[in-house]
Design a protein around this ligand. Structure first.
Ligand code: BGC
Length: 512
């Protein structure tokens, strides 16, 4: 038991909850975090799939002809410009960003567990349709179903993880979602590299079918877990919720936490329209943070850089093996650095990781831009071996810093900062903004690269500066704060965000 003291206003006494790190909580977290694998696998195969000749010839003959023409032009910056495949890529993102609002309804009224299960089932159906597609409409129908899977799973999984985790390891367990995203990307990269070498249709069909592996793992995982105590109690299953709490915390001494969830649930039940509520008073600050984190995450340039890396490796002299090398190097760095965030996020905190990464990302992008400006022109490339090594090192520096900061924290912060009544709606807005900006950057990056050339890296480094200032001034530290106490202990204590918490003093006195 311990009391937290604050300099401002009279404060309630906060009780430390008794929570063991139990095998059940670890098992549940490992099972459901595989939701990230499905999302990651799709990111991992998309670039390679849309440049696989047999796939293009079957569904996008015009894009295939254009790709061949570009190959002959051999321009270092304009290779990826190709609008023919937009519908294919956009179908998944647009469905994901709209279906996530339906997922908000199901997470609130049917539970986190069922929403994740729906996500897994959608992904399985999407996998079957796209791997077996004999025509363009079926292929797109498959993409739509996969999009629903991504929308449902990305909405409910971080929420589930942050609700079951004991406070002191909440960051680590929620970051397992992003860890699985990075594993999925790596697995996807290898699969598309290997299968695209098969000459006939079976290559890309096999690649699409293998999305069934993460989908099955996730679906079985969601069947094996119990829903979160917060969700059970919010939906009126008080006894089941209490039992679930005892089971995941590994102790009978859960009364304090149970009562706090019951209190949060009462408030939650009074809220009829969570999306309208998001715009009011105390929901404003977490909403702003959730939205800005998604926008900033994509404006680090991570997806653009991942898409550009194989080309850069080719330019650097890795020849036809460039996609494989870039997949190994950036993919492995991404996975390893994400595990560093799992280890450190609850020790050194969210702010420190983001600020340190900001410096690292800014420096590496600026160095890449300078080297490319000096050495790589439109059709000539005078990079020496030594310089090529520096560029690869800077790419790794960039990817690793993203992987222990904006990557995982883009999911962690929204899942831990909303109060129960708007948590589900808040997560839907998060997924929606994430998909919207991933899509926007993916669509506009090829033309931006073609127009801005090396300047694109300066563009992203400028954004990194802006987001680091945002973190420095406006992001409160949430490490070690129980999830249902964020409003009292974080937002009401912050120099800027407390202005939106007009009932602050009143609430504190009530809780005393
Ligand atoms: C982002 C993705 C990105 C991935 C890279 C995720 O958190 O949302 O857009 O591709 O990290 O690891």
């Amino acid at each position: 038991m311990g009391a937290a003291e604050f300099a401002v206003a009279p404060q309630p006494v906060f009780v430390e909850f008794n929570a063991k790190i139990t095998p059940v909580v670890i098992f549940y977290s490992i099972m459901v975090s595989t939701g990230g694998l499905m999302f990651g696998y799709d990111i991992g195969i998309s670039g390679g799939l849309t440049s696989t000749p047999s796939f293009l010839k079957k569904f996008f003959p015009l894009a295939f002809e254009m790709a061949q023409k570009r190959e002959k032009e051999n321009n270092n910056y304009c290779k990826y410009e190709n609008r023919g495949l937009q519908v294919f890529t956009s179908a998944l993102y647009l469905t994901a960003l709209t279906s996530t609002f339906l997922a908000s309804h199901t997470t609130r009224h049917m539970g986190r567990k069922r929403t994740m299960l729906f996500g897994g089932l959608f992904f399985i159906v999407g996998t079957i349709l796209s791997a077996a597609a004999s025509s363009y409409p079926i292929l797109i129908l498959g993409r739509i179903s996969l999009g629903c899977g991504v929308g449902f799973a990305s909405q409910a999984t971080p929420l589930f993880l942050s609700e079951i985790a004991p406070t002191r390891i909440r960051g680590a367990l929620t970051n397992l979602f992003q860890f699985n995203v990075t594993l999925g990307i790596l697995f996807g990269n290898f699969t598309i590299y290997t299968t695209s070498r098969l000459q006939n249709e079976w290559g890309w069909r096999l690649c699409l079918a293998l999305a069934g592996v993460p989908a099955l793992l996730f679906t079985v995982g969601t069947i094996l877990v119990e829903d979160t105590p917060n969700s059970l109690i919010e939906r009126g299953h008080l006894e089941r919720g209490k039992l679930a709490l005892i089971q995941i915390r590994g102790t009978d001494d859960i009364e304090a936490e149970y009562l706090e969830i019951v209190k949060a649930s009462r408030i939650a039940q009074e809220v009829e329209y969570p999306f309208a509520d998001l715009l009011m008073g105390q929901n404003g600050p977490p909403l702003v943070i959730a939205i800005m984190f998604q926008v900033f995450q994509q404006f680090t340039g991570i997806n653009a850089i991942m898409l550009y890396t194989p080309l850069l490796f080719k330019t650097l002299g890795f020849g036809n093996n460039a996609p494989l090398y870039s997949a190994i190097i950036t993919g492995v760095v991404n996975v390893l650095a994400t595990s560093i965030s799992i280890y450190s996020v609850d020790k050194i905190g969210r702010r420190m990781l983001l600020l340190e990464a900001g410096v690292q990302m800014f420096i590496s992008q600026t160095i890449i831009a300078i080297i490319l400006a000096l050495k790589v022109q439109d059709t000539t490339n005078t990079l020496s071996h030594g310089m090529a090594i520096v560029v690869v090192l800077m790419l790794c520096t960039f990817v690793s810093s993203f992987a222990w900061s904006w990557g995982p924290l883009g999911w962690l912060l929204p899942s831990e900062t909303f109060p129960l009544e708007t948590r589900s709606a808040g997560l839907s807005v998060t997924v929606c903004v994430n998909m919207m900006f991933t899509f926007l950057i993916a669509q506009s990056f090829p033309s931006m690269l073609c127009q801005m050339k090396f300047g694109i890296f300066l563009f992203f480094s400028g954004w990194v500066l802006v987001m680091s200032l945002f973190v420095f001034f406006l992001l409160p530290e949430t490490k070690g704060i129980p999830i249902e106490e964020m409003t009292e202990r974080v937002w009401k204590q912050h120099w800027f965000w407390n202005k939106f918490m007009d009932d602050g003093v009143q609430e504190s006195e009530d809780s005393d």
